[in-house]
Design a binder for this molecule. Structure first.
Ligand code: SF4
Ligand code: SF4
Length: 458
């Protein structure tokens, strides 16, 4: 028996002499005492004899923290990566739908801007999208459907939302499939009346993108015809926040998180911070070039050029900020393999009915993986699926199961102009993994104690 290469040990947490062990393959997380940690360390020299308790040894083996030998390690990893590639979770099918590629704002760093066109999902494409969704759900046996309406600005074509949700909701209900939808909007056209109409059709939540306080926001997210958008968006959020869950997306550059802090203080001052959902904070990334010329990468001040220490600094600052306001912040260890390399991950349907696996590739039809007019995916899908870039990584890289070579887009835009090269963030993961694992552990403990204090059902 040996300690798996994909095991991480976080020492002396939650207390001195207690340690957390985590498997990046199985995502098992367990607290061990000093005796078990010493036994794990002595495995190499003493073999399984180092464990006083066979039960401990077997339990850690079952969790993937220990493996019998190199051969078992290789077999388990290969089985796991195969599952990632071809397997799927049939609990919920997630589909993003672009109702239009047009937008009423002209954001300075929008990744769609270089290929912007004033086209919308027309009646025929709406009908074909509905039929394709029904066939896909039936074929793969999904038990739930979550539609995310996106754009351009999705509310420039509310008719498409109402038609598609109006068709899919009753169909799902008749088949006992859970149905819900969300909306990703700039918020400029969001009104209580629209929220009421869409809630009847299954709207669960809305995500609005903002860029900081008025001056910054209006500079970065002006109206297409000129003029700021901040005031109207804030007015709409205030008018709708009691009707629907609204979360805010904020972009930041390097580790300059002031726009996020400013917005949180602003909403706190308005008295609606506690009513808002999560704040989703993401770094501004580089984007592909204009249509037909994706290699003309845009957005030089991009995350992939940032030092890993800058990324780590941003993560820590955001975490501290969220904690100081008692806001939720999603961060932790997870298996987040790039959707491009998964046969059955969610899809994005564009305004022409073309199917993509990654929103960042929208506007570049050469990277579409299919079309709602056909049931099979195309050769591009196979090309992405079979990239297997992880084969270029050392198999004993601790993070291989959760990273498997990193983001394909980042490889392409990160100077290589090639999807086939790993985009490695190992120094960042090395620095942050212990903090992520501690946070996951604290969350598990908190959830467990919450459950134990909840009244038992009558
Ligand atoms: S290419 Fe990157 S952004 Fe796109 S799906 Fe993969 S990991 Fe996500
Ligand atoms: S890209 Fe880097 S961190 Fe990811 S699996 Fe490969 S070597 Fe490991």
């Amino acid at each position: 028996m040996k300690v798996s290469s994909h095991t991480i040990v976080v020492e002396d947490y939650p207390q001195c002499g207690e340690h957390l062990v985590y498997s990046t393959r199985t995502q098992a997380l367990v607290k061990i005492d000093q005796r078990v940690k010493d036994a794990m360390e002595a495995l190499e020299t003493e073999g399984s004899r180092s464990f006083e308790s066979e039960e401990d040894l077997n339990r850690l083996h079952k969790m993937g923290i220990l493996v019998k030998d190199e051969q078992e390690e290789r077999e388990k990893l290969s089985h796991f990566l195969n599952q990632l590639k071809y397997g799927y979770d049939n609990s919920t099918f997630v589909a993003t739908i672009l109702t239009t590629y047009a937008c009423n704002l002209k954001c300075v760093y929008c990744f769609e801007e270089s290929s912007r066109e004033n086209t919308r999902l027309d009646a025929e494409a709406q009908k074909l999208s509905v039929e394709w969704l029904k066939r896909r759900i039936e074929r793969l046996g999904y038990k739930g459907l979550l539609l995310n309406f996106y754009g351009g600005e999705p509310l420039l074509n509310t008719q498409a939302i109402e038609y598609i949700a109006g068709e899919m909701k009753p169909w799902c209900e008749s088949k006992k499939i859970r149905f819900g939808m969300s909306l990703q909007t700039n918020g400029y056209l969001l009104t209580p009346e629209i929220v009421d109409r869409l809630k009847i059709l299954g709207l669960l939540r809305v995500r609005i993108s903002m860029d900081g306080l008025q001056e910054t926001h209006d500079k970065n997210r002006p109206q297409r015809g000129g003029g700021g958008s901040f005031e109207t968006i804030v007015k709409n959020i205030v008018a709708c926040v009691d009707k629907i869950s609204i979360s805010i997306s904020v972009a930041y550059i390097k580790d300059r998180i002031d726009p996020i802090k400013d917005l949180i203080e602003f909403f706190d001052g308005l008295g609606i911070l506690s009513k808002l959902g999560n704040f989703h904070c993401s770094p501004i990334n580089p984007t592909l070039g204009p249509k037909g010329n994706p290699e003309a990468i845009q957005g030089a001040a991009c995350m992939c050029n940032h030092e890993d220490t800058v990324m780590a600094s941003a993560t820590r600052k955001i975490k501290a900020l969220m904690e100081s306001y008692d806001l939720k912040y999603e961060m932790g260890m997870s298996t987040n393999t790039c959707s491009l390399v998964r046969e059955n991950s969610g899809v994005t349907i564009d305004q022409h009915g073309q199917i993509y696996r990654c929103n960042s590739l929208l506007g570049h039809p050469e990277f579409a993986i299919g079309d709602v007019r056909k049931d099979t995916f195309n050769e591009t899908q196979k090309m992405f699926r079979d990239l297997d870039v992880w084969q270029q990584c050392p198999t004993d890289c601790t993070y291989l199961p959760m990273c498997s070579g990193g983001c394909r887009l980042m490889s392409f835009v990160g100077g290589h102009k090639n999807f086939k090269i790993p985009s490695c963030k190992k120094p960042y993961l090395n620095e942050m993994a212990p903090e992520f694992i501690k946070r996951d552990y604290d969350r598990l403990v908190a959830n467990k104690s919450k459950r134990s204090t909840e009244p038992a059902p009558a």
